[in-house]
Design a protein around this ligand. Structure first.
Ligand SMILES: *Cc1c(COP(=O)(O)O)cnc(C)c1O
Length: 469
């Protein structure tokens, strides 16, 4: 029998090696590539695919990534739509008029959700993410200030922007790239987030605006837009300076309208000139899409608008990028239609519930003290109680959890409180109560392990570097 079989194999003329595993052992094909020099020769698509695919397996599992705010799960219809639309370039408005029209509908829906006073007199756009959206919001504030100063015959040399010391890094970049003096309001134990306290010490005639963050990246806290606006009203009454607000609602602008409808933070407050958000955070779309909307056309300087051809006519655009994916905009529209307000409410509320279930569980473990509990955006942070542990820190706990696959970063608080070490969890759709229970049990187990240590673990210099802020 054996003899017959080997004869039959020979007769088909197929190399037995190829029929076993054509990708890895195909004769003469390289399966090892130089990392930094482009290969001279092409390789077969299956080989290149397999190599890239396999190397990407070494990334953390995105579903266990509790460090990122960015969407890591979409349903199968969304995935199908994504694959179908992967070739669309958002800037080709003339060639893809349907995608352009859908972009327009999306930001108009958001403008409505955020209570613009007049839906016929507002302007907005999609962006690659909140970073670009914040830059555009900030630039508009700068231009408005410049125009006003020029009209008054005053200097435009020294613009400044007021924000919390705990801003997301995009605002530091914005000030750096556009030569604006950042005025950071420090974070203290009494003022763990920017709340308008002492704001009068920061505002002057060169202030282009105030950034208020709805969903601070360090802790998830909401900076109170209404109180800060009220403080600015008082400042205007005493100094005559009329300072406007950009709300950086990267996370919160897609949570508050659905889960905290009584909170006043959006265009209902007169001082809010513009609002930005990340479609790819709690907008529930894969990376990268963001949105920015202005209260009315008067607060978006005409000089920032460029004109592209659209259906033979004229289409105003404003963006830092030229080409960028159109698929994400279609995915955003898919989510708006698929979920509606009630769907967004239910999903975000579930994330809030899971976040609060986790924060309550973590508070019970003993050495931890909650800084926030996950009742603003579904994000919360904790610190170690003073003197609660001998031989370990939150960095050690982060490392131990990483060994189990969980990415739960530990990081220092913003300047002025950088001695304080926080650990944070971002709950998103896809983090079920089941997974949360498994995480709690792993945290308990690792705390027991760390508590039993006789001496501290060796620390690597890079620890804490995987914080997203
Ligand atoms: C994430 C975030 C940003 C940056 O957003 P991207 O969409 O990642 O560009 C800006 N501000 C805040 C408050 C954020 O949370």
């Amino acid at each position: 029998m054996t003899t017959n079989n080997s004869k039959a194999r020979q007769s088909t003329n197929v190399d037995p090696v190829l029929s076993i595993n054509p990708v890895f052992v195909r004769p003469g094909e390289a399966t090892e590539f130089s990392k930094f020099v482009m290969p001279d020769e092409p390789s077969l698509p299956e080989t290149a695919y397999q190599i890239v695919h396999d190397e990407a397996m070494l990334d953390g599992n995105s579903r266990l990534n509790l460090a990122t705010f960015v969407t890591t799960w979409m349903d199968d219809e969304a995935k199908k739509l994504y694959a179908e639309a992967a070739d669309k370039n958002m800037i080709d408005k003339d060639e893809y008029p349907a995608t352009a029209a859908i972009e327009d509908r999306c930001w108009r829906m958001l403008a409505d959700v955020w209570h613009v006073p007049d839906p016929n007199d507002t302007v907005g756009t999609s962006t690659i993410g909140s970073s670009e959206a914040c830059m555009l919001g900030g630039l508009a504030l700068k231009r408005l200030w410049q125009e006003k100063r020029k009209a008054e015959g005053k200097s435009t040399e020294k613009p400044n922007l007021i924000m919390s010391a705990a801003v997301q890094v995009v605002w530091e970049k914005f000030c750096n790239y556009w030569d604006i003096e950042p005025r950071y309001v420090p974070i203290t134990k009494d003022h763990m987030y920017f709340d308008g306290y002492n704001l009068e010490d920061y505002v002057d005639e060169n202030t282009i605006g105030v950034v208020v963050i709805l969903g601070q990246t360090f802790t998830g806290a909401y900076e109170p837009v209404k109180e800060i606006a009220k403080k600015l009203d008082e400042i205007q009454a005493s100094t005559g300076l009329d300072v406007k607000i950009h709300v950086d609602g990267a996370s919160g602008a897609m949570i508050a309208p659905f889960c905290q409808p009584e909170l006043e933070w959006d265009f209902k407050i007169d001082r809010v000139n513009s609002i930005s958000t990340s479609g790819h955070k709690y907008g529930l779309v894969y990376p990268g899409v963001g949105w920015v909307i202005w209260r009315n056309t008067a607060v978006l300087p005409e000089s920032m608008i460029f004109h592209v051809s659209y259906l033979g006519g004229d289409m105003p655009t404003l963006a830092l990028n030229f080409s960028r994916p159109g698929a994400q905009v279609l995915l955003q529209y898919y989510q708006f239609l698929r979920l509606g307000r009630e769907g967004y409410r239910a999903i975000q509320q579930n994330s809030l519930d899971v976040a609060q279930y986790l924060s309550a569980g973590i508070a019970e473990i003993g050495p931890f003290e909650l800084v926030t509990k996950g009742d603003t955006i579904p994000v919360f942070a904790w610190i170690l109680k003073e003197g609660a542990t001998k031989n370990w820190s939150l960095y050690d706990l982060a490392d131990r959890l990483r060994m189990k696959g969980w990415l739960v970063p530990a990081y220092p608080m913003a300047d002025d409180l950088s001695d304080m070490v926080l650990q944070r969890i971002v709950v998103k759709v896809g983090m079920s109560r089941d997974l949360a229970t498994a995480l709690l049990s792993d945290i308990k187990g690792e705390v027991e392990f760390l508590e039993a240590l006789e001496t501290p673990l060796p620390r690597e210099a890079s620890s804490g570097s995987h914080f997203h802020h």
